[in-house]
Write a protein that binds this ligand. Structure first.
Ligand SMILES: *Cc1c(COP(=O)(O)O)cnc(C)c1O
Length: 352
């Protein structure tokens, strides 16, 4: 059998949740959108169910999948509904919904609710992707709070640059949010993973943790306390020795500089491993760091086995304990979010 395995350490997921909840304080939503960032939404939500205050997903389909699998805790739709009829199902499945623009608000108020809705009202405090402008926020809040169709309103916003070194943008967004919320009652929710780790003033009633929940550090200074939930590993299934000045792989992009022992590994871009992570991206063979040489192919990649006694049959970690997914992402010119979301075809093994 092809040896590519994607281990999901559910014990680490639980530890990370508790670590983040302690850091944030108050309540914490576990963000399990996009199939829990590639980790498997149902299994992750089930593993967190007894400790999580609630879950967040991107859309109704993702929420219903959780409800159909015995997830009874609160579930928030981070983008709200895409069309008015979806409010029927929001009501039926007892979901919480974001309202981030005027049509969503009007449709919600026009809907015939069986039980009053819990609404997370989103402000655009500066990211300019979604949300009510600060100068329209109080009016939206008032419209909802005056309706008997609304049970509860949570004020929320999202940051554009919480994981960047430059702090000015986030400071400005917090200030904008607080000014525009002046006098408006109810709970609030500001922080994603990076914000709750780096900006104590963003820790309010509810945090929303995604990346860090999966043990991936959004900012380098916090890598220590989080444990990587996903570990992608395979094996060396063939090896060869090449003379100096010989090319390897598609495009002949890499030439050996010396006599080189090359290991062939069962993992490629069809498994979601980034093709851009060709020569020089770190991998670990039997726990020892080495690197990819040549281009990543669809089903295989090649690694430098020189200076080690490792070879055929040895485990290759693409990322996990020795190699962080952040390193792979950096080598591929992308972010860890994308790398874990893309993993596919690998056999998933859940460890609790
Ligand atoms: C995805 C998402 C989050 C989680 O962000 P991380 O950076 O993964 O912690 C939080 N809030 C909103 C609105 C999101 O869409």
């Amino acid at each position: 059998m092809r040896p590519l395995i994607c281990e999901i350490r559910l014990n680490y997921l639980r530890e990370n949740y508790l670590t983040l909840k302690k850091i944030h304080g108050n309540k914490l939503l576990a963000v399990v959108k996009a199939n829990a960032y590639g980790h498997g939404a149902v299994r992750c939500a089930q593993a967190l169910h007894d400790i999580a205050d609630g879950f967040a997903v991107a859309c109704l389909e993702e929420a219903i999948e959780l409800r159909e699998n015995q997830i009874t805790k609160p579930i928030l739709l981070l983008e709200g509904v895409f069309e008015a009829q979806e409010y029927d199902l929001v009501d039926k499945w007892d979901l919480w919904t974001v309202v981030h623009h005027q049509a969503q608000l009007e449709q919600l108020l026009a809907h015939d609710w069986q039980k009053p809705a819990t609404v997370w009202l989103k402000m655009d405090s500066g990211m300019h992707r979604a949300g009510f402008f600060p100068h329209n926020f109080a009016a939206a809040h008032t419209a909802l709070s005056q309706s008997n169709k609304v049970a509860k309103i949570v004020k929320m916003t999202h940051f554009a640059c919480a994981d960047e070194t430059e702090r000015g943008m986030t400071d400005m967004q917090v200030e904008t949010f607080d000014l525009a919320c002046d006098g408006l009652t109810g709970e609030s929710s500001l922080a994603n993973s990076a914000a709750m780790l780096r900006y104590p003033e963003t820790r309010r009633d509810w945090g929303r943790a995604g990346l860090a929940l999966y043990g991936i550090a959004p900012v380098s200074e916090h890598s220590g306390s989080l444990k990587p939930v996903m570990r992608l590993s395979s094996q060396v299934f063939a090896e060869r020795v090449l003379q100096p000045h010989e090319p390897i792989g598609y495009g002949a992009t890499f030439y050996t500089k010396r006599s080189t022992r090359v290991g062939l590994v069962a993992c490629g871009y069809a498994d979601g491993y980034p093709r851009r992570a060709s020569s020089d991206t770190p991998v670990a063979v039997k726990g020892l760091r080495t690197k990819i040489i040549g281009r990543v192919s669809m089903d295989m990649l090649t690694v430098d086995l020189n200076d080690s006694h490792e070879g055929v049959g040895d485990v290759v970690e693409l990322f996990g304990d020795v190699i962080s997914v952040n390193e792979v992402a950096a080598a591929a010119g992308t972010i860890a979010y994308e790398v874990v979301c893309n993993v596919k075809r690998a056999k998933k093994v859940y460890i609790s």
